[in-house]
Design a protein around this ligand. Structure first.
Ligand SMILES: [Zn+2]
Ligand SMILES: [Zn+2]
Ligand SMILES: [Zn+2]
Length: 353
């Protein structure tokens, strides 16, 4: 993630809503991918002061005005009340229920970061409302544990509605509980995962979405099958095998995570998520002077070399702070080849909705 600059010269970050130096209101302009200081010119009309906006006028996203849950802007000539990130929402949780609003706001923050990630990779993002067959949508749902007095033997018939985080046909569903730090850590330990983050879920599930868009009928499908395996193998039984027997013992030689060994689709989604994570973190490192601009080289060998150097440093810093390693992964040579192929698919996408 880049950093941005206020008209007053202060450094701004993606999540900011006010400049702490000049106290101007701020908003992210999705059309030019920048955070801008704003000057009020009407009831809900703002002049964007960032040079990239070229004097453009904007409204605040309705979730900015009504919920303080978004900091994105909508160009004044766009009739939609919501920004390009919020209009992807198909369902949001019941905000009247105590605690839900805080969790939902965390989810929205990560979603906006994902959309920025995708856009900076020049991957167009279209809502399902205008592109029902190829568009993207989100559902943020809360599991309903159901009545507690149900007899265990009937639990299969009567257990409440258990929300599974996942992707199906352009709809990415995120279980609200993933935004609860305690709950997410409990799930991480239970699933024996090295890392489980909210943004990681968004990145992973978007990998499934773009597999359908870019790989399934794309020119690189055979190359993808060579490296990731043949995705036509039965997904359900592959998943059952993984949960019954665990990952193969030598998974680290071939996969970026144990879960990636489930099925070629999961391997793809895990590598996709890693590529987005690596690129975003390297971009941040360059922006704040922790890595040279060359670290963002289009040559993936260069980028990955800088990434490995940086990841070691981040891990060591965190050990000094008595925090777990933020990047507890090994990038074996086959994994590096897969990351390069993901990058090539993105670069060559020529994506049309
Ligand atoms: Zn300022
Ligand atoms: Zn919004
Ligand atoms: Zn998956």
């Amino acid at each position: 993630m880049k950093t941005f600059t206020c008209t007053c010269g202060n450094t701004l970050y993606f999540e900011n809503t006010h400049c702490v130096q000049c106290e101007r209101k701020l908003g992210f302009l999705p059309d030019v991918l920048t955070v801008s200081a704003l000057e009020r010119v009407g009831e809900d009309e703002w002049l964007a002061l960032a040079p990239e906006a070229e004097g453009g006028h904007y409204r605040c996203c309705r979730h900015y005005t009504d919920q303080d849950a978004c900091n994105w802007m909508v160009p004044v000539d766009d009739p939609e009340p919501y920004c390009t990130a919020c209009r992807l929402n198909q369902v949001i949780p019941n905000l009247d229920k105590p605690g839900n609003r805080a969790l939902w706001i965390r989810i929205e923050q990560r979603k906006r970061r994902l959309i920025y990630d995708l856009r900076r990779h020049r991957l167009p993002v279209f809502p399902k409302t205008t592109h029902p067959n190829t568009g993207l949508a989100f559902a943020f749902l809360e599991s309903n544990p159901g009545p507690e007095d149900i007899q265990p033997e009937f639990s299969d018939d009567h257990q409440g509605n258990q929300i599974m985080t996942g992707h199906a046909d352009g709809l990415i569903t995120i279980n609200l509980a993933e935004a609860d730090d305690v709950e997410r850590e409990r799930m991480r330990v239970q699933m024996n995962e090295q890392q489980r983050t909210l943004l990681g879920h968004f990145r992973h599930e978007s990998g499934h979405y773009y597999w359908d868009r870019l790989v399934a009928n794309g020119p690189l499908i055979n190359r993808v099958r060579e490296l990731f395996g043949d995705e036509r193998m039965d997904y359900g039984s592959a998943l059952d095998n993984y949960y019954n027997q665990g990952a193969r013992p030598d998974w680290q030689d071939h996969y970026v995570s144990a879960y990636a060994s489930v099925h070629p689709w999961e391997d793809w989604a895990e590598c996709w998520a890693h590529l987005l994570q690596i690129t975003d973190t390297l971009e941040t490192a360059v922006a704040i002077g922790l890595a040279p601009p060359r670290a963002m080289d289009s040559d993936m060998d260069v980028r990955i070399r800088y990434w490995i150097e940086l990841a070691v440093k981040i891990n060591l810093l965190n050990r000094s702070l008595d925090q777990p390693d933020p990047y507890p992964f090994l990038l074996s040579p086959p994994v590096v080849e897969k990351l390069k192929l993901v990058e090539q698919v993105i670069r060559d996408s020529g994506f049309t909705p």
